[in-house]
Design a protein around this ligand. Structure first.
Ligand SMILES: [Zn+2]
Length: 273
């Protein structure tokens, strides 16, 4: 049983501000430690339930947030950027289940800590075949491409609800109740570590019994539509051949999800200028 733990930082225990997730800020040092501990809790739970291999993907910013010296020695860490699969680095058809740790809601959500979609300065909305989604949907679709289900998510209540709405019966570990974009009622790390560990254990336990949520498999070909915040961003994104432009929206169609994911990342990189 092989588990990929795909991580982000906005949904980590206690995080409520950009400073806490931005390298260079004094607060960041505290919360990368916290991120490592939330991940360790998921590793413990997964191994307890019978996983024999755990891979972690550091998916926030430049992918160098998790402190490898403090990470559970039984896991391997994908770190650094850009990597072929970014937030999902480590995914392939040998993985049995994906756990999302520290996830956040899509841009434009209410009661959602640091809600955004991939780039808080660039992307307003993303649709996969007309399904409005966030990073959770993009990443779940990459897992789905390899036939792998997402079995658990941790984050605020809105991030967890959006994942359940899209994917169905996914285990959730709510670590904070968001009251806005920058305010939340947060549980103590001691409490959230237990919750995350128990959720991961339950999710992997169910997986070993063959009972898991639907894989997120999209109808192919896949049309990706990105709405940018400003028209100059769309100007740059539409330099990519075979894209279609409508105001601040740029779309393209890919034959399968790994190409759709690469095309999306290329558009955002270009648009960010
Ligand atoms: Zn992030």
């Amino acid at each position: 049983m092989k588990i990929l733990i795909a991580t982000d930082m906005e949904g980590i225990t206690g995080v409520t501000t950009w400073d806490q997730v931005t390298p260079g800020h004094a607060e960041y040092a505290r919360f990368r430690k916290q991120m490592t501990e939330d991940v360790n809790a998921a590793i413990r739970g997964a191994l307890e339930a019978g996983a024999d291999e755990v891979i972690v993907a550091d998916g926030h910013w430049n992918g160098s947030n998790i402190l490898i010296e403090d990470l559970d020695v039984r896991a391997r860490l994908n770190t650094g950027s850009p990597s072929p699969f970014s937030m999902m680095q480590g995914i392939d058809d040998s993985v049995d289940g994906v756990i999302f740790i520290g996830y956040h809601a899509r841009n434009g959500s209410s009661h959602a800590i640091l809600d955004h979609t991939w780039s808080s300065k660039t992307v307003a909305n993303v649709w996969l075949n007309n399904i409005l989604t966030g990073e959770y949907g993009l990443n779940a679709a990459v897992a789905g491409h390899f036939g792998v289900p997402v079995i658990m998510v941790s984050g605020d209540q809105t991030a967890c609800a959006q994942v359940v709405e899209l994917l169905g019966n996914v285990e959730t570990a709510v670590v904070k109740q968001a009251l806005g974009r920058f305010a939340a009622e947060c549980l103590s790390p001691e409490v959230t570590r237990k919750t995350i560990c128990v959720s991961a254990e339950r999710a992997v336990g169910q997986l070993t019994k063959g009972d898991f949520p639907n894989r997120f498999a999209l109808d192919m070909p896949i049309t990706v539509t990105v709405e940018f915040f400003t028209s100059d961003m769309a100007d740059r994104a539409s330099l990519i051949p075979f894209t279609k432009r409508e105001g601040t929206r740029v779309s393209f169609t890919a034959q399968e999800m790994t190409s759709a994911y690469r095309g999306f990342r290329a558009m955002v990189t270009l648009a960010s200028g």
